[in-house]
Design a protein around this ligand. Structure first.
Ligand SMILES: NC(=O)c1ccc[n+]([C@@H]2O[C@H](COP(=O)([O-])OP(=O)(O)OC[C@H]3O[C@@H](n4cnc5c(N)ncnc54)[C@H](OP(=O)(O)O)[C@@H]3O)[C@@H](O)[C@H]2O)c1
Length: 290
């Protein structure tokens, strides 16, 4: 679902093969194993095919989930899975968190699994959090998890909200790219940080439709840092994540929402909803229940 990287740069996700099931991060159950690494009944997490069951040749690279927290398994696809990992790793490595108390962070797509985790991590460290999302219902959720200011960017002006702060912003967690990124760059304070996590407003835009950010000169004049990162490149932090994060989710310290799509036949709809912003929470495709 991602376009190829620019010339000379390999894309981070292999292209789907025509005629084969697409894959995504999921949780499955081992039905039969010939490897000592997995036992029948183990719940495993990793890149799985959109299939009722799969036969893996060789030993797949899946993580056995002991689920001592007794979370619903679906949560391990979102807040206690890749989305939570993305927020945890990006925030830990690039927010300069030890110095940020008193700072203001702006988070886009703040009601989604990644954004809502960032909102809660930032609040737990004493930051002021300004959050944008695409519906009034999502705005209420983002407020309920602690955002100081949450607004619907479809009905309110992002520039006006950020200008109205009167203080500028110190960190921008970017999930959308495009015009929102440009507005954030205008409002970032000197030495501000842009954590470039996603660019969902641009993923499906053709080359001539992509938004040209016009104010990159401020990266130099305001001495901003802008760091892109991919969650997959930080396996060293994953054990740490599993030790800390799922138990915070289980205790309610970190809150989450889900939108369940019951049945593999709804996978296409779920993907479209996420890409068009029609999902109301973390989209989970339930292939089968135990
Ligand atoms: N760097 C990494 O390793 C990494 C890993 C995982 C995810 N990500 C990225 O993190 C971002 C958030 O992921 P998620 O799983 O938490 O997503 P999500 O919130 O579950 O779903 C996507 C959301 O993006 C927003 N959106 C969709 N189309 C948009 C558009 N044209 N313009 C602006 N917003 C649009 C919508 O929310 P609103 O209603 O709020 O607009 C939609 O609900 C995505 O960009 C994703 O690609 C990066």
């Amino acid at each position: 679902m991602r376009e190829p990287g620019p010339p000379g740069v390999q894309n981070y996700y292999p292209p789907y093969e025509l005629g084969q099931p697409i894959t995504g991060i999921g949780v499955g159950v081992i039905i039969r194993s010939e490897s000592p690494k997995y036992r029948t009944g183990d719940h495993v997490y990793g890149n799985l095919a959109y299939q009722a069951y799969s036969i893996h040749k060789g030993v797949p690279s899946l993580r056995v989930l002991p689920n001592v927290e007794t979370l619903p398994w679906s949560v391990y696809t979102g807040m206690a899975g890749m989305a939570g990992q993305t927020a945890y790793i990006g925030w830990k490595l690039y927010s300069k968190a030890e110095k940020v108390v008193g700072d203001t962070v702006f988070v886009s797509t703040a009601a989604g699994p990644v954004g809502s985790a960032v909102v809660q991590l930032a609040k737990s460290q004493g930051l002021k959090v300004v959050a944008s999302t695409g519906s009034d219902e999502k705005v209420e959720f983002v407020k309920s998890i602690g955002a100081d200011i949450a607004f619907n960017y479809k009905t309110q002006s992002t520039a006006a909200i950020l200008e109205g702060l009167g203080t500028g912003i110190d960190i921008y967690w970017d999930n959308v790219g495009g015009e929102t990124l440009e507005i954030a760059i205008n409002l970032l304070n000197a030495h501000g940080r842009i954590i470039s996590c996603g660019s969902i407003s641009q993923y499906n835009a053709g080359d001539t439709e992509k938004y040209g950010v016009k104010n990159l000169i401020y990266v130099m004049t305001k001495r901003l840092s802008m760091t892109g990162f991919l969650v997959f490149e930080h396996p060293d932090l994953i054990d740490e994540f599993y030790k800390e994060f799922p138990q915070k989710v289980a205790s309610g310290e970190i809150k989450y929402t889900e939108q369940r799509y019951e049945g593999l036949e709804l996978a296409g709809q779920a993907i479209l909803d996420v890409q068009r912003g029609h999902n109301k929470a973390k989209a989970v495709i339930v292939v089968s229940n135990e």
